[in-house]
Design a protein around this ligand. Structure first.
Ligand SMILES: Cc1cc2nc3c(=O)[nH]c(=O)nc-3n(C[C@H](O)[C@H](O)[C@H](O)COP(=O)(O)OP(=O)(O)OC[C@H]3O[C@@H](n4cnc5c(N)ncnc54)[C@H](O)[C@@H]3O)c2cc1C
Length: 399
């Protein structure tokens, strides 16, 4: 398997690089480089979103008829890889990669006409209301209720781990609309304005000091009946379709970028009177990770190559990629943490937010500990590693 770029794709890559050189400003790159979150912070997201929207490149995977780029799978891969390599801000997936495709598939003409342009322009900033305090991997156990009342539904309950709910102005919500029968068969999918009376957001600050996730409370939140997507009690179909878009992405470029950063750190840091990178044990572990990353890259390119020729990479491919991509990233962040050693100890929350220039450690060490801590979450969200292994056991091994 080989993903050799044709002349046309090489031209496309050069066009992308020229665009990033021109429009991805040094301050945006610096802010993205300091960040340790899954996605960049809301204000940076909004700035970068506007740049991409004005270029017409905000929705690479959307069809042209809905305002997308209509790019091929290879072009999208090149795009994702170049963004990761350039350290561009990461735009949350909830609007463009989750809600958008769901509306294209299940939305009414009126829903499509209203919401899709606003996702594209960035006017609507979405978050995902799936998980609850008692429902995560077992999502069908969710208890938030939506009760039909005339032309409205009234929602009561709570969602948790809601990424960027404090930046978002819209949330898509799974709620129970029928108590009886199979749990999956009594769930509906709703689009909710975060400014609706009775909806409130409480921050959850993670161990790294970052505020990325929240708990969202619904107390008699009254929404119009046309906020329902798909049929009532058929939200499970919609929810599962959306989850197909949650995994995947360009893991390899991000991993390569993170490992290159470890090498930069290890050239600066000293061990036994020489640069850490010259320490044989450290160098061996660095090389081991480089090999693992080339395995991830091979897997990723095999999937892209299969998809681009109209093939089906199989049901377990995305689980394999999610598993290897996230677990390898955890190892890279561990090695980075070891490389910065005692510089990992000071609290860098203010420096990472750009609130102070006087960080107690070198610039390259500022996000290291936070990235290490935040990377622990990557094997939980988007389907935990255990759940991915279950899928592989069933789909790939037939167990
Ligand atoms: C940083 C972060 C951001 C998130 N963002 C969002 C968001 O924006 N919106 C949203 O709706 N949710 C979000 N989530 C929630 C995420 O989807 C859930 O945390 C995830 O589904 C796991 O659910 P849980 O936390 O309830 O853990 P549980 O499901 O209770 O799992 C606990 C442990 O049991 C294991 N386990 C569970 N079931 C099985 C099984 N069948 N077999 C083997 N092992 C199993 C799990 O792997 C895990 O180790 C986010 C989570 C994190 C950490």
């Amino acid at each position: 398997m080989e993903l050799t770029l044709s002349a046309e794709h090489a031209n496309f890559r050069d066009e992308v690089r020229a665009f990033l050189d021109a429009k991805l400003t040094p301050d945006m790159r610096a802010e993205a480089a300091r960040s340790a979150g899954v996605f960049s912070d809301g204000p940076l997201v909004r700035r970068w979103h506007k740049v991409l929207f004005e270029q017409g490149w905000i929705a690479p995977s959307w069809p042209v008829e809905y305002g997308g780029c209509g790019w091929s799978i290879v072009q999208r891969y090149i795009w994702d890889s170049e963004l990761a390599a350039a350290n561009a801000p990461t735009i949350p997936a909830m609007g463009l990669q989750m809600c958008g495709p769901v509306l294209m598939r299940f939305g009414t003409p009126a829903q499509k006409a209203h919401y899709l342009p606003r996702i594209l322009s960035g006017e609507h900033y979405w978050c995902q209301g799936y998980s609850e305090p008692g429902a995560g991997s077992d999502l069908a156990a969710l208890q938030t209720k939506a009760v039909r009342d005339g032309d409205s539904y009234v929602i009561n309950g709570s969602k948790i781990w809601t990424t960027h709910a404090h930046f978002a102005n819209r949330i898509f919500v799974l709620a129970r609309t029928r108590a009886e029968g199979k749990p999956q068969a009594g769930i509906s999918f709703f689009l909710v304005d975060m400014a609706t009376k009775g909806l409130s957001v409480a921050p959850i600050v993670s161990i790294s000091g970052d505020h990325e996730v929240n708990q969202v409370f619904f107390e008699d939140v009254r929404i119009p009946a046309d906020a329902l997507v798909g049929a009532e009690n058929d939200g499970w179909t919609v929810a599962k379709y959306l989850l197909e878009f949650e995994r995947g992405g360009a893991f390899a470029s991000r991993l390569e970028g993170a490992l290159a950063q470890v090498r930069r750190i290890a050239r600066e840091e000293m061990s036994d009177g020489r640069a850490l990178i010259a320490d044989p044990d450290f160098a061996r572990r660095w090389a081991q990770l480089a090999l693992e990353i080339s395995g991830v890259a091979a897997l990723e390119r095999r999937i892209i190559s299969t998809l681009s020729t109209g093939g089906n990479p199989g049901p377990s491919a995305s689980s394999m990629l999610k598993l290897k991509g996230t677990e390898t990233m955890q190892k890279v962040t561990e090695l980075a943490l070891e490389a910065v050693a005692h510089y990992a100890a000071p609290d860098t929350t203010e420096a990472r937010r750009g609130l102070t220039n006087s960080a107690p450690n070198p610039t390259y060490a500022i996000p290291t500990a936070a990235r290490y801590l935040n990377a622990r979450a990557s094997t939980i969200y988007g389907g935990s590693s255990e759940v991915q292994r279950n899928i592989l056991a069933k789909m790939a091994l037939g167990l």
